[in-house]
Design a protein around this ligand. Structure first.
Ligand SMILES: [Zn+2]
Length: 272
């Protein structure tokens, strides 16, 4: 479920301000069309009724994709001048969110902060790129009778490795690093064009190689033996109001450029 909030939009060319709705909370898995608009750099892109020119709304938004362990706070580019202040605010809001949601928050990873739309778009592009190669791997692995081991997505992003690895273990529970190495070796014998998996094997063969932490859903268990099913996203409370606490105290006039947009995160009128 994604939500919109009302903002007063101000065209950078000095035209008359106007009221409009912009996205303030985006569930990437539940709203694929919004995810696509982020990739196209068109999310919260407004058209000024005065001069017909496009511009980005000066409003922050939260992006959440639980299965991929992505939680991003996207602030307007203009807030970059006060990056430290906004990072601090994000941190407070995140802690409040953890407190409110506790174990229901399916994320170990720290949220990421972006100023302007570019950073999140690039992150999603990289995700999609890896997903394509992973889809090919899954197909080859299935043909070879290999299982799949799902790595914690945020760990995989940090270590620049695929989030799903082939695994030579049978359906017998615990997966070891040797099972993964053997799975990767057999995969690459069958298809040596899977570059990300070759790099991964090299990394895991190194002296410091160790079993990457599993994705949350697998924390107690094992790999999906013999191909398995895709991991499903778990339920997440559809309550974006708890995401951001009201700002305590008022900012100085100099800070107010970013203030109105704060409203956008707390309102939740529109929804999809
Ligand atoms: Zn204008």
């Amino acid at each position: 479920m994604s939500f919109k909030g009302e903002v007063e939009a101000r065209c950078p060319h000095g035209c008359q301000p106007f009221e409009t709705e912009v996205w303030s909370f985006i569930r990437g898995d539940a709203s694929p069309e919004l995810r696509a608009s982020l990739l196209a750099r068109e999310c919260n892109l407004l058209l000024c009724p005065g001069c017909d020119k496009p511009f980005y709304a000066e409003a922050p938004y939260v992006y959440l994709e639980p299965a991929a362990e992505i939680l991003a706070f996207v602030f307007p580019e203009s807030c970059k001048k006060q990056a430290a202040r906004w990072r601090k605010k994000m941190r407070e809001d995140f802690l409040a969110m953890r407190k409110a949601l506790g174990a229901q928050l399916p994320l170990d990873a720290e949220p990421v902060v972006f100023f302007g739309p570019e950073g999140l778009s690039e992150l999603l592009e990289a995700e999609d790129f890896h997903r394509e190669e992973t889809d090919v791997m899954e197909c080859v692995a299935k043909g070879l009778g290999l299982g799949l081991y799902r790595v914690s997505p945020s760990y995989a992003r940090k270590e620049r490795m695929p989030a799903v690895l082939p695994c030579a273990a049978g359906p017998r529970g615990r997966v070891t690093l040797d099972d993964i190495r053997a799975g990767l070796a057999r995969l690459l014998e069958a298809n040596d064009a899977l570059g990300a998996f070759r790099d991964c094997l090299r990394k895991l063969e190194g002296k410091a190689g160790r079993l990457p932490p599993p994705a949350k859903a697998l924390a107690e268990g094992a790999a999906d033996a013999g191909g398995g099913t895709r991991r499903q996203g778990r339920p997440f409370p559809e309550e974006p109001d708890v995401l951001l606490s009201p700002e305590g105290g008022s900012g100085s006039p100099a800070e107010s450029a970013c203030e109105p947009s704060d409203r956008g995160l707390r309102t939740s009128d529109g929804e999809e």
